[in-house]
Design a protein around this ligand. Structure first.
Ligand code: OAD
Length: 232
């Protein structure tokens, strides 16, 4: 148990933008030049599993070149003062590589695959590549990326709502708040809990939310100043 206030942080693609990983909404239905439904849907996987494995290998290689930025690092530093829980829609591992110890991935993880015959069986990849055959196997199991595809359920949503409901301070960083159920997390925050939203161009600002209209790295420095002002 800790007596530190609980800081719950919901992050989206925008927090990794300054690490060189593109956001989704800018891409106009394409994800890194591929139609989203070809590379991020269960039907797409059934149609062409080899393409999907190739696509996620490319994303893993891109991730291996990227580094956590000052926003990821600041979230880790805030653990000194707060019980920080990160709920991320991102499939990258930049929060973990920045040192954050409590990260819940709502949409899966790029560096994992899972068995088709047992969704609870995940494999953490040691390298950025899996075989790109129509029947890629690990330990005898046919595998798929451990990613929540479009139109699939979001199994981690319920634990995420429980975290949101226990927040003493809630922060949203770099998400367009258009993809559900992630965008609904806000509704689980208790009344009276301060909510901050860091985004250089927020598409919508829910009522009662304090906007810090800056890129994530700058915005996190601003937020840290606000949150730590009585702690020095
Ligand atoms: P979006 O691409 O929808 O939104 C990115 C947000 O980041 C926008 O509001 C931008 O203004 C903001 N942004 C851009 N640069 C930024 C910066 N330097 N600092 C802070 N914010 C910045 O990404 P998400 O909301 O994360 O789902 O998208 C949600 C989900 O849509 C993704 O998880 C993905 C996609 O479909 C799956 O893969 C299942």
């Amino acid at each position: 148990m800790t007596n530190k206030p609980r800081l719950v942080v919901s992050t989206g693609a925008g927090i990794s933008a300054e690490s060189g990983i593109k956001t989704f909404r800018d891409a106009d239905g394409l994800w890194e030049n591929y139609p989203v439904m070809d590379v991020a849907s269960a039907d797409g996987f059934r149609r062409n599993p080899a393409l999907i494995h190739r696509f996620y290998n490319e994303r893993r290689k891109q991730l291996a070149q990227a580094q956590p930025n000052a926003a990821h690092i600041m979230l880790h530093k805030l653990e000194e003062y707060f019980d920080v829980c990160v709920i991320t829609q991102n499939v990258d591992d930049l929060h973990e590589r920045a040192g954050s110890t409590n990260v819940l991935h709502l949409h899966g993880e790029l560096m994992k695959v899972r068995a088709l015959d047992d969704p609870s069986l995940t494999f953490r990849l040691e390298s950025t590549e899996v075989e790109t055959t129509p029947e890629t196997r690990i330990d005898g199991h046919l595998v798929r990326p451990h990613i929540v595809f479009f139109q699939e359920a979001v199994p981690m949503f319920e634990p995420a709502t429980e975290l949101a409901a226990r927040a003493d301070i809630f922060v949203i960083i770099g998400t367009s708040l258009v993809v559900y159920p992630a965008a609904a997390l806000l509704h689980y925050v208790r009344r009276g809990v301060p909510i901050y939203y860091i985004d250089p161009s927020p598409s919508q600002v829910p009522a009662g939310v304090t906007v810090i209209q800056q890129p994530a790295t700058e915005g996190m420095a601003t937020l840290a100043r606000i949150l730590l002002k009585d702690k020095s």
